[in-house]
Design a protein around this ligand. Structure first.
Ligand code: UDP
Length: 259
């Protein structure tokens, strides 16, 4: 056991630098393997699912940038980030999104009994998400559910409620970067081994938004689907050209630096 733990610590994951921001070059199976290792390690660890927007946030928000460095796992999410990886000669194997992680972890919980806690989204949405996930994976251990619209005054009670449920994995869907900052700030009291920021995933499983058809996901058009369902997301889409431009500038710099 002791040796297994040492081995887990000894194998660093390959990482890319996208505009200086760290993202691991992992696929879904690698990510799940690492998350299971983190559950066994049982020290509070943060997992960030990073898309192009996460990189842009990190460039402007020092606290979030530091979390991207501290996180035990930063998965590549989104068409824009995968494109950037290819352009900068550090390709990612595939997308590892929060929505897919929630489903795969529920399946793992069904098989192995990991304890999951769902925190975030509007009142009743995470409950519905839990019910829908349990309909598919009836033996999954969803040990608690809490919406994400609470005031600072409610925080101590919510943190205590999570801790009492003793989750292995806390899935936090309160939007980036708030969800990561909140989870990390309370990591000692929360007591979960792994905290994962999953953005709007509970809205997907709770039936508030529909996932894009598979063909549209494959051609990288999920952002357009999300935008049509929630026009407030225009802010993120508007950021994409800025991201692409910075990536292309970085690529030109790389080219002129290599003889
Ligand atoms: N949300 C929340 N508390 C808040 C604000 C937002 O729980 O105070 C939820 C919101 O209901 C949604 C999720 O956080 O389910 C954010 O989804 P989005 O897709 O915008 O996440 P992002 O991609 O920005 O991480």
């Amino acid at each position: 056991m002791e040796r297994a733990l040492q081995e887990e610590r000894a194998t660093p994951l390959a990482e890319a630098r996208i505009l200086g921001v760290r993202v691991h070059r992992v696929g879904m199976d690698d990510a799940l393997e690492r998350i299971e290792a983190l559950i066994r390690r049982a020290e509070p660890s943060l997992v960030i699912t990073a898309d192009a927007n996460a990189v842009l946030i990190a460039l402007e928000d020092a606290e979030f940038h530091a979390l991207m460095e501290t996180a035990a796992l930063v998965t590549p999410d989104g068409f824009g980030l995968l494109w950037a990886g290819r352009r900068l000669g550090q390709p990612f194997p595939e997308r590892v999104s929060g929505v897919d992680l929630v489903e795969r972890l529920t399946r793992l919980s069904h098989a192995k009994g990991y304890r999951l806690y769902l925190l975030g989204a509007a009142p009743s949405v995470a409950e519905r998400a839990a019910q829908n996930l349990l309909a598919r994976y009836p033996n999954a251990q969803i040990v608690g559910v809490q919406h994400g619209y609470f005031t600072p005054a409610d925080e101590p009670a919510i943190v205590a409620q999570v801790a009492a449920a003793q989750p292995d994995v806390l899935l936090v869907g309160m939007g980036m970067p708030r969800q990561e900052k909140w989870a990390w700030r309370h990591r000692q009291q929360l007591g979960a081994s792994v905290m994962i920021g999953v953005g709007g995933s509970f809205d997907v499983y709770g039936g508030v938004v529909k996932r894009a058809p598979k063909w549209l996901q494959r051609v990288g058009g999920e952002w357009l689907w999300r935008l049509l369902q929630d026009p407030r997301k225009i802010k993120k889409v508007r950021n994409l050209p800025r991201f692409a431009w910075r990536v292309l500038r970085e690529r030109r710099r790389q080219e002129s630096a290599t003889p």
